[in-house]
Design a protein around this ligand. Structure first.
Ligand code: ATP
Ligand code: MG
Length: 253
């Protein structure tokens, strides 16, 4: 296997596959880190299974042709991040009724694309790329952390680390120029957790920061899962992309 297979910059790189294409390449280190640590992909906290997802290698591309037409056009708007005057980058809501249709894979691929374009665009403009241009928040895992430290009688040595990690993730999800909020609207949320999720979304929308949401709840029904105010915020400057068909989980391509 060529080293280029490990690098999401490969398709844009003139050195890909050459003898200069190796783990010591400064661009590779900037994106993927050195010796398994650091780099902008790790800073984005994309789950391991989805870290190498690209729009080209996504197994969903073939089956979800209509969705990928929209997504391909969408990522071309990422160049707007470098110009003050241009229109805002919109948000996207990736939705399917059925689980396992490729939403999270596609959201991670979109985030990776943002990171790649941010890194290359910054280098081309002689600017320092941000350390964390994008962030992936697994809303389920984040809710589990919330439950861990708000449960009654939970010992401090468990509650302390869980709450610190919870607020760390919340801060990154708020502030990142680009974010994925993966799996919003799945489980009954307490008022406290709902308030925090609302505050993340509200901050992003108010500051014009684009977000890719994934969900099994139709955007029109979000008001029933959360509340109307939050549902209205999600809909702000947001395109809906529907993923069709049943679960492809476990199918190898
Ligand atoms: N069209 C497809 N063909 C083959 N495999 C696919 C396809 N779409 C997704 N997969 C695979 O199915 C698994 C689930 O994909 P993913 O996590 O992106 O789905 P999801 O829509 O986010 O599911 P959920 O609604 O449960 O969160 C992954 O391993 C992915 O590679
Ligand atoms: Mg998912």
């Amino acid at each position: 296997m060529s080293h280029a297979d490990n690098c999401i910059l490969a398709q844009h790189c003139s050195l890909a596959g050459s003898d200069k294409c190796n783990a010591l390449c400064s661009s590779y280190i900037a994106v993927h880190g050195y010796n398994g640590a650091g780099g902008r992909i790790a800073a984005a906290s994309i789950p391991a299974d989805y870290q190498k997802a690209t729009l080209q290698n996504s197994p969903a591309r073939g089956d979800q042709a209509a969705a990928y037409k929209v997504i391909d056009a969408y990522v071309n708007t990422f160049q707007r991040q470098f110009s003050e005057e241009s229109e805002r980058i919109k948000s996207l809501y990736l939705y399917s009724e059925s689980p396992g249709t490729g939403k999270t894979t596609s959201a991670a691929a979109i985030l990776n694309e943002y990171i790649v374009r941010h890194f290359i665009g910054s280098v081309q403009r002689n600017r320092q790329a941000l350390d964390r241009p994008g962030y992936f928040l697994d809303v389920n895992a984040w809710q589990e952390l919330y439950t861990e430290f708000t449960r009654p009688h939970v010992p401090e040595d468990i509650a302390g680390p869980a709450s610190r990690e919870y607020y760390r993730q919340m801060q990154h999800a708020r502030l990142a120029p680009f974010a994925v909020l993966d799996d919003i609207g799945v489980r009954a949320a307490t008022d406290g957790f709902r308030g925090d999720l609302h505050s993340v979304i509200n901050y992003r929308v108010t500051n014009g920061l684009p977000t890719v949401y994934t969900s099994n709840v139709a955007i029109g029904e979000l008001a029933q899962v959360f509340d109307k105010r939050l549902a209205d915020r999600v809909r702000d400057m947001c395109g809906v992309v529907e993923f069709k068909g049943g679960s492809k989980r476990g199918i190898r391509k």
